[in-house]
Ligand binder design. Structure first.
Ligand code: NAP
Length: 334
């Protein structure tokens, strides 16, 4: 391609050079090889200075009406480095005829591993335990119940959103001798094996809350799931239930969660995602021993991140050479 007809690509996060090189060959890149996060103002000013044909960005960057209208008619494609797409104004993209590439599937294992790690860290009070090993509290109690946590064996697991990640977490938890998996969502799933038919039970959200020992949020954030975990939801959960959120912060009303944890309405929570991100250092949830918080590292395993980057690159290259993307988000009937 000659430089005159090269499409312009704005990249809003840092990536290893092996993923930048194939893009460089085709696109006129606006890319800064730095790990310093870009601010909203910088994004808008880079778009104004050089309106892009395409943008590549992570799930933490909001692509709303202002960003899209600043980019104007030149923008034809968005490549999000995520499986979630709640950060993109889909209706505005549909109106403007903008195509969206995303990265489902390739991060499922990484997020499921982390989901289990977060569940165990929360139920076995790992961050509290590590602190005690360092601060001299180890050996100061003769109580046989010191630092006890909640066991997984024989427990009922509730999964809100049995999609790719929810199911991959369920499969991992089967190794812990759990008793039953309840799940809620928009529709019942079909299972082939008799064992699965016995293990998985589709239930209403309220029943899942009433009966689960561990509740795992693995659904998409959308109009129906936003603040789904509110005061009423926590009131319906068991007092010794543990809540895990590996999906999106917006699904949980954090003030209600704080109250529920503080009052002992639920036993503990483990969050990989919060609102906002990063969570401000003076946020009340960070003061609670029974709240384990990870800095949104669900997909942060090398293989997942490399595969996500490759899917983004292929989505971009395919789209601009007139081929179907590897994963294109369907936004025809919103
Ligand atoms: P997926 O396969 O598309 O699954 C999405 C799930 O959301 C589906 O099971 C769907 O249920 C459920 N859902 C949608 N609307 C719902 C509603 N109203 N009530 C209950 N469930 C509802 O996506 P995935 O790959 O498993 O990813 C799931 C989510 O995880 C993503 O949307 C993303 O936000 C989050 N995520 C987080 C990280 C991280 O780093 N922590 C990484 C990747 C993804 P049905 O099947 O019943 O329709």
């Amino acid at each position: 391609m000659t430089s005159a007809i090269r499409p312009r690509l704005l990249i809003l996060h840092q990536m290893p050079s092996q993923f930048i090189r194939p893009l460089e060959r085709v696109f006129d890149l606006d890319y800064k090889d730095t790990s310093v996060p870009v601010t909203r103002e910088q994004i808008l000013s880079r778009i104004r200075a050089n309106p892009p044909d395409a943008m590549l960005f992570p799930g933490g960057i909001k692509i709303d009406k202002e960003v899209l209208s600043t980019a104007g008619d030149k923008l034809k494609m968005l490549a999000t480095f995520s499986v979630g797409y709640n950060h993109i104004d889909l209706k505005e993209c549909q109106k403007r005829g903008i195509s969206i590439g995303y990265t489902p599937g390739v991060l499922t294992n990484g997020v499921a591993d982390l989901g289990v790690a977060l569940l165990l860290a929360t139920s076995r009070r790992i961050s509290e335990a590590m602190k005690k090993a360092r601060n001299g509290e180890w050996g100061k109690s003769s109580d046989i119940m010191w630092m006890c946590g909640k066991p997984l064996a024989n427990s009922t697991i509730g999964i809100v959103g049995l999609g790719q990640i929810g199911l991959a977490i369920a499969r991992r938890l089967q190794a812990f001798s759990i008793q039953q998996i309840l799940y809620s969502g928009t529709r019942e799933k079909q299972f082939d094996s008799e064992d699965d038919k016995k293990l998985f039970k589709f239930v209403q959200f309220e029943k899942l809350l009433n009966q689960s020992d561990f509740v795992i949020i693995a659904c998409a954030l959308n109009e129906k799931t936003e603040n789904m975990f509110n005061k009423q939801a926590f009131e319906q959960m068991k007092n010794d239930a543990i809540l895990i959120n590996i999906a999106r912060g917006g699904i949980v009303d954090q003030e209600a969660l704080y109250d529920a944890l503080k009052k002992g309405q639920i036993q503990a929570a483990g969050l990989d995602v919060t609102t906002p991100e990063p969570l401000p250092l003076d946020h009340p949830l960070l003061t609670l021993e029974n709240c384990t918080i990870f800095p949104h590292i669900g997909s942060a395993d090398e293989s997942a991140r490399h595969q996500m980057a490759q899917v983004c690159v292929d989505n971009l290259l395919n789209f601009f050479s007139g081929k179907p993307m590897v994963h294109q988000l369907k936004i025809d009937n919103l």
